[in-house]
Design a protein around this ligand. Structure first.
Ligand code: ATP
Length: 480
């Protein structure tokens, strides 16, 4: 069965009902090879994807569902409404053909429906809202680690876990089974992605009216951090009751650092997380401190996000310049729940507070640590604290002694293995003829992973061109 979309434009809202086709669009010839003996017929409806706001989407689904319901009501009589619909959308010369095929579709109880959701709506450069919602929703359904891939370059706002092409996921909603398949789109934007949702035709109302709106709501919930991590801020010296979701999709899988360093950090975190009994036995508070140091752009914040995602802990960002008194700090520390990461960024700024009347009330770093030493035992358990700095050499070693700060992590300029991870993240390439030259260049210049990531993002659809740009950038650096 083929229904074409030619003539399906109506006023200023041409996409309120857009019937797709398995044959090229605008081809209005009747199917030369109809196959009436096929048990399963498949029909495809393209979701109206020029609409971006979720609520408009729901409205659009509702409108679409109403039209579909009207069509279905007419199955028995094949009457007025179907004819009206055809009058409105289909050029006169093709109406009989359309009505004939529509009738066949609606009475055939074995018909399968496929709804197509494209990554990019026609003539648009912004990803489709529904597509993003589906991606977020399906991420929670993909359990196999081997098909999990986190794409950091595409969209930093969401945890974009992708299925492999042609992979299928069966989902169940209100007792109805539906099937999702990821395909590559050939139109409207070649090479972009599309999801195909297939289900039995008798479930079309449930899918349009309940299942798809449910996915929109569900993806909002997922993004709002129902199970996600939160970033808590300190305002005026007190913990803000409101939190923002930590939408940093960085994980150890995508973090570009030396593999041995990565391994040792993960082992340390796992040891801490599973160490409840151990800490109890030795009579110490269940806490661990990390110092992360390195130049700007080497990935200190990315490492913190990876740690938070790995442990599934919320992050508390503590700006000590906002803390004016010991009692304020005490209440902040006591208010923070267990399973949390406290981050003191650029803490070296606190080393030598300026001694005027106002500043002298601010916390100095060593005072902070002594203060924390005394308060830990009354705090919630299972907490990590992280100090970051761009220059660790200025710090007093006494302040950073083991027991206070257990692990020192140096974030370095981009090495070749870090580059390979970035090339995989951003371009999905594991090997390339330019890699050898890039390796040599990286040995002679200091560039941060952030610099390399910035270059790789410039031309992400063409790996060779992107790597050539990186080579040119590195060569310029070597001449400086
Ligand atoms: N090691 C890394 N692995 C993967 N991506 C990285 C890495 N380092 C930097 N990036 C990329 O560069 C961006 C900036 O890095 P990030 O903010 O983590 O660096 P930073 O060391 O915390 O910088 P600053 O000291 O200025 O806060 C990140 O969002 C990420 O996209």
């Amino acid at each position: 069965m083929n229904i074409t979309n030619s003539g399906c434009t109506r006023g200023s809202n041409p996409s309120s009902l857009f019937l797709g086709t398995q044959r090229p669009l605008n081809s209005m010839d009747p199917d030369p090879n109809p196959n009436p003996t096929n048990k399963i017929n498949r029909d495809r409806v393209r979701i109206p994807n020029a609409i971006h706001h979720p609520s408009s989407y729901v409205a659009s689904f509702a409108a679409f569902a109403m039209i579909t319901r009207n069509v279905a009501n007419d199955v028995l009589t094949v009457g007025k409404e179907l004819r009206t619909l055809a009058d409105e959308f289909i050029p006169r010369e093709y109406q009989d053909y359309y009505l004939h095929e529509m009738k066949k579709l609606l009475v055939n109880k074995d018909t399968e429906f496929a709804i197509i959701i494209d990554e990019y709506p026609p003539q648009s450069n912004s990803p489709d809202q529904m597509f993003k919602a589906v991606e977020t929703y399906l991420a929670t359904k993909v359990n196999e680690p081997c098909i999990r891939k986190v794409n950091v370059c595409k969209n930093k706002e969401t945890l974009a876990v992708r299925m492999n092409e042609n992979e299928e996921i069966i989902d169940e909603f209100e007792g109805v089974q539906v099937k999702w398949r990821l395909a590559t789109n050939i139109e409207p934007q070649s090479g972009t992605k599309r999801y195909e949702l297939t289900f039995h035709y008798r479930h079309r109302f449930m899918v349009l009216e309940s299942y798809l709106p449910y996915i929109l709501d569900r993806s909002d919930e997922i993004k709002a951090g129902e199970s996600g991590l939160k970033l808590h801020m300190i305002d005026n010296g007190y913990l803000e009751p409101k939190t923002i979701v930590l939408n940093n999709p960085m994980t150890f899988e995508t973090l570009a650092i030396e593999p041995e360093l990565k391994k040792s950090i993960i082992e340390d975190l796992n040891g801490f997380q599973n160490g409840k009994e151990y800490y109890r036995r030795i009579g110490k508070a269940w806490k661990r401190g990390y110092l992360i140091y390195g130049p700007s752009g080497t990935g200190k914040s990315s490492l913190i996000a990876s740690m938070a995602n790995h442990l599934n802990y919320d992050v508390y960002d503590v700006d000590l310049t906002e803390v004016d008194s010991d009692s304020q700090l005490k209440s902040i520390l006591l208010d923070m729940p267990g399973k949390s990461i406290l981050v003191f960024e650029d803490f070296d700024q606190l080393q030598n507070p300026i001694r005027d009347d106002k500043e002298s009330r601010k916390m100095s770093f060593s005072r902070l640590l002594s203060f924390m030493d005394g308060i830990w035992s009354c705090c919630e358990e299972e907490r990590i604290f992280i100090f970051t700095t761009k220059c660790a050499d200025k710090l007093d070693p006494e302040v950073l002694r083991p027991g206070r700060v257990d692990m020192h992590i140096q974030m370095s300029y981009c090495t070749f293995s870090a580059f390979k991870q970035l090339a995989f993240n951003y371009l999905e390439v594991e090997e390339h003829k330019l890699f050898k030259h890039i390796k040599e260049l990286l040995q002679s210049v200091n560039v941060t992973p952030a610099d390399v990531a910035g270059e790789l993002m410039k031309c992400r659809k063409d790996a060779t061109m992107s790597l050539e740009k990186l080579v040119a950038y590195l060569e310029t650096k070597t001449r400086l």
